[in-house]
Each structure stands twice: as structure tokens, then as C-alpha cells.
Design a binder for this molecule. Structure first.
Ligand SMILES: Nc1ncnc2c1ncn2[C@@H]1O[C@H](COP(=O)(O)OP(=O)(O)OP(=O)(O)O)[C@@H](O)[C@H]1O
Length: 473
């Protein structure tokens, strides 16, 4: 260093600090503000006389800013970085550095401040947009799922004809509908059917699984909340299911599982026809048709004190009970055929039931109802080899324990079909098994001394005949 450089620098030290394009804030070890440069005044909007000679802790206590770096820098004797929010909302990033004298003793803390208000605002905007995108994505995914699930009910039984007639009449009204029935009978399918037949069908039905929303979230999910209504709430607020179901239908599935506190709130909504978001002050009119469903016996839930009687009366305006599958045997065959078509197409297979197989299936009680039937056929299609499903392909649980003990061909012995048809059935069933046993049509043709084309014809004919039989009314 030039001989007089030190003096020159010392005499201009404050000018030098003022020329630095970042805010500079200098404190002694006690945290008393000794100096702030011009850029600090510009960045913060604070003038020198507001801070010079002041203890940084008191400035924090007065709310001038929310954090002081000085104590931490002194304690650690090394550089520390933090963000600081000023009273006027500006955000700074501060880097405080200890300054030592020639003996190594800590003398001062010099803090550099940069304005990050804009970047913080941009970050906040980005996370707000992200939140909105997530909410929109959630809603879009829900809508796509809902629309892909619209199923037309399949049935043939007299009782389901009557049920569907009743539901059709109900669909034309806005009355609250309660659907009862064991698990898997199709309550969901019939709720969708009513919505699909109603004047609200151009809007997506809002399905709420009352049994799976956590008790702490159920209120905010149902009724929504205002911005900042509680810790962790989205800053934009959120619409609840009732608002999302505006001009549509809200389907309260598993209503028997709804927590008691929520039942009270729901009852009020049904009585007043209004909802209020959490933290809100203005009630909003409910414009949603309500369909509720449960597989629970609500009468015993009421007796156990788990379901409000007054809510039950409110819901029990129009009630329909979907009978279990065992009480509508006539539905089993058309349902089984629809499911075999659905899953054969899905797995690109050509598989059909023998009539005797369908008959055997109709005698099973299907305790899991249509869901059990559908799942059974789904897994059968995945594992089954060959074009025909024979009774022997059914598990003993479905075929019944007595099946092997009963007279062979007991169904066929009852009559009703020509010998030719029966033989064709047995022949194609045999060929089907032989192909599976020996691994190829060629082997079967050789072993049983028959042409390959004859084997194909017989199997195919059986398939076409059964398809025709099923197609004819
Ligand atoms: N009549 C029907 N036609 C076509 N598919 C049906 C029919 N009934 C039920 N299903 C099918 O059976 C399965 C079970 O039906 P769903 O979920 O509607 O039963 P659920 O009564 O609502 O059962 P849970 O009480 O367990 O909710 C679904 O895959 C549904 O598509």
C-alpha cells in the first residue's frame, strides 16, 4: 500500500461506504447502530436519524423490522445470512459479517442488505398459481373420472324394472333421495343413473365418500373456507363440495359413516338450504340435488346413537332399497355377459360362458353382490385359457359343495333342449378341454382322428349359437 493510502482511505471511509450499491448497516458489539449508508436509506425508506444510535433489539421490539442479525454474528463470530421483513412490507436479505481488529478481537458487525421484495412477491405469486393449478387439476381429474364411470344399469328382473321406473320418476324431481342396499348392489350406479336422467345431467355429479374424509377435514371439504380461515388453509380459500355441486347433484355415499358433528351441520344445511364457508360471514344458497346412500342399517345406527334420527327423517323423503343379487337371479346372466364382454375386450380375448356355467353361477348367493360377480369375471378372464368357460372352471365356492355329488348332467336331464344341442355343447366343451390338455389343435386333431377345421368349426359354432341365443329376447 502507498504510504499515504491508509490515511486517504480512512478520511474517505464514509464516502466509500455511501458509494457501495448495497445497503450497509454497521453496529458495535452491543448492537448499537453506528452507521447506515445512503443505499440503505433508499432500500428501506428509513432515514439515518431513525436508526443511528439505536439498539437493534429495540428496533425489532418497535416493529421497525422483524429480525436483528447482530447478536448472532457476535455470538458465532462468523458471517450469518437471514431474510428480514420491514414494517413497510419490504423484504431484505441480510449478510452480517464480523469485523476484527489487528489483535483478533471482534469490534464491529457490518451488515449488507439487498432488496428481495420483488423476488419474494414473484415467489408468492408462483406458489399461489401452483395452488390454483393443483386445485384445477384435482377438479379436472375428478370430472374425467366421474364421466368415465357413468354406467347404464344392467338388469332383467321384474323387481329391478320396478325400481328403475321409480328412479326414473324420481329423476324428474329435485327431491332428496336415499338409496339403501348391501355393499356392491350398485347404489353408485343407480345414483349416477338418477343424476343422468335429471335436468341437472349436463353438470358433473359430485360424489362425496362420507366414510373416508378425515373427521378434522370433513367440514372444510363439505363447506369450503375463506382465505386464511385457519393455519395451513390455502391463501385463496376453497370451495366445498356443496358449492362445487352447484346446479348439479351431490351424492353423499356411505352417509351412515358420517361423524355425528357433521350430521348436525348437514341437518342444518338441509333445513335452511344454505351453507357458510368456514371463516365466512355470508351464507350461500345451496343449489344441489341431494342423493345419499348407505349399506348400513340406519335404524340400528340410530339405536346405537351413531346416527341422528332427525337427519334420517330429513333424508328419508324418497327411499329406494336395491335388493341383493341373490334375490334377483334373473339379473345374474345379463350382468355376467356384460362383464365378460367388457373384460374380454379389455384383455383382447375371445371367451364365452357355456349356458350351464351361467346357470351354475345363477345359483350362487353372491354375498358381495354385483361387485363380487364383476371382480370374479375380471380375474377369470385374466387367468382363463381357451374360448369357453365350463362349470368345471368355476371354483367350488361358487359351484357349491354339493356339485360333485349331484347327478352328472342334472341340469340337462331336466329337458328343454334337443339332444343335438346338448351333444354339440358337450362336444365343444370336450374339445376345448382337449386343446388345453394337449396344448394345440393340431395335437388334438391327430390324437382324436379329426380334422383341424372340424374342431374349429365345432368350437366356433357353439360360440355363435350361444351368442345368438343370448341376443334373442
Ligand atoms: N346394474 C348394474 N349394471 C352394471 N354394473 C353394475 C350394476 N350394479 C353394480 N354394478 C357394478 O358393480 C360394482 C359395484 O357397484 P357399486 O359401487 O355401485 O355398489 P354399491 O352398492 O355402491 O357398493 P358400496 O355399498 O360398497 O359402496 C361397480 O363396478 C358397478 O359398476
Amino acid at each position: 500500500m502507498q504510504p499515504n493510502a491508509k490515511d486517504l482511505l480512512a478520511s474517505h471511509s464514509l464516502d466509500i461506504l455511501d458509494a457501495i450499491p448495497e445497503g450497509v448497516f454497521i453496529t458495535n458489539l452491543e448492537g448499537i447502530t453506528l452507521y447506515v449508508n445512503r443505499m440503505y436509506e433508499q432500500l428501506t425508506g428509513l432515514s439515518r436519524h431513525q436508526v443511528l444510535g439505536r439498539q437493534v433489539r429495540s428496533l425489532v421490539e418497535e416493529g421497525v423490522f422483524d429480525l436483528a442479525l447482530n447478536p448472532e454474528v457476535v455470538r458465532k463470530a462468523k458471517t450469518v445470512t437471514h431474510t428480514q421483513r420491514l414494517r413497510n412490507g419490504k423484504m431484505l436479505v441480510l449478510t452480517g459479517t464480523p469485523v476484527f481488529d489487528e489483535t483478533g478481537a471482534l469490534r464491529l458487525v457490518i451488515t449488507f442488505a439487498r432488496d428481495i421484495t420483488r423476488i419474494t412477491q414473484l415467489n408468492e405469486q408462483v406458489s399461489l398459481q401452483k395452488q390454483l393449478i393443483e386445485q384445477t387439476n384435482e377438479q379436472m381429474a375428478y370430472m374425467a373420472r366421474e364421466q368415465s364411470q357413468t354406467t347404464t344399469p344392467i338388469f332383467a328382473s321384474e323387481v329391478m324394472h320396478e325400481t328403475l321406473n321409480f328412479l326414473q320418476t324420481m329423476a324428474k324431481t329435485d327431491a332428496t333421495l336415499l338409496i339403501l342396499g348391501e355393499t356392491g348392489v350398485g347404489k353408485d350406479v343407480f345414483a349416477r343413473y338418477v343424476h343422468g336422467q335429471s335436468q341437472r345431467s349436463d353438470k358433473v355429479m359430485m360424489k362425496v365418500d362420507c366414510g373416508s374424509i378425515s373427521e378434522s377435514l370433513v367440514e372444510s371439504e363439505m363447506f369450503g373456507y375463506m382465505p386464511g380461515a385457519f393455519t395451513g388453509a390455502s391463501t385463496k380459500g376453497k370451495a366445498g363440495y356443496f358449492e362445487l355441486a352447484k346446479e348439479s347433484t351431490i351424492f353423499l355415499d356411505e352417509i351412515g359413516e358420517m361423524p355425528l358433528a357433521m350430521q348436525t351441520r348437514l341437518l342444518r344445511v338441509l333445513q335452511d338450504g344454505e351453507i357458510m364457508r368456514i371463516g365466512g360471514s355470508r351464507p350461500v344458497k345451496v343449489d344441489a340435488r341431494i342423493i345419499a346412500a348407505t349399506n348400513r342399517d340406519l335404524a340400528s345406527r340410530i339405536e346405537e346413537g351413531k346416527f341422528r334420527q332427525d337427519l334420517f327423517y330429513r333424508l328419508n323423503v324418497a327411499t329406494v332399497t336395491i335388493p341383493p343379487l341373490r334375490e334377483r337371479q334373473a339379473d345374474i346372466q345379463p350382468l355376467a355377459e356384460a362383464f365378460i364382454r367388457k373384460y374380454s375386450a379389455k384383455y383382447n380375448k375371445r371367451i364365452a360362458f357355456m349356458d350351464v356355467t351361467l346357470k351354475a353361477m345363477s345359483h350362487y348367493s353372491w354375498p358381495g353382490n354385483v361387485r363380487e360377480l364383476e371382480n370374479f369375471i375380471h380375474s377369470l378372464i385374466i387367468t382363463h385359457q381357451g374360448p369357453i368357460i365350463a362349470p368345471a372352471d368355476l371354483p367350488v365356492s361358487i359351484l357349491g359343495k354339493e356339485a360333485p355329488k349331484t347327478e352328472p348332467y342334472s341340469d340337462l336331464l331336466q329337458g328343454g333342449r334337443s339332444l343335438k344341442e346338448i351333444m354339440a355343447d358337450i362336444e365343444s366343451d370336450f374339445l376345448d378341454r382337449a386343446i388345453r390338455w394337449h396344448g394345440s389343435v393340431q395335437q388334438v386333431a391327430r390324437i382324436f382322428k379329426v380334422n383341424r377345421s372340424t374342431i374349429f368349426r365345432k368350437i366356433q359354432k357353439k360360440n355363435t349359437d350361444s351368442a345368438k341365443d343370448r341376443a334373442s329376447p
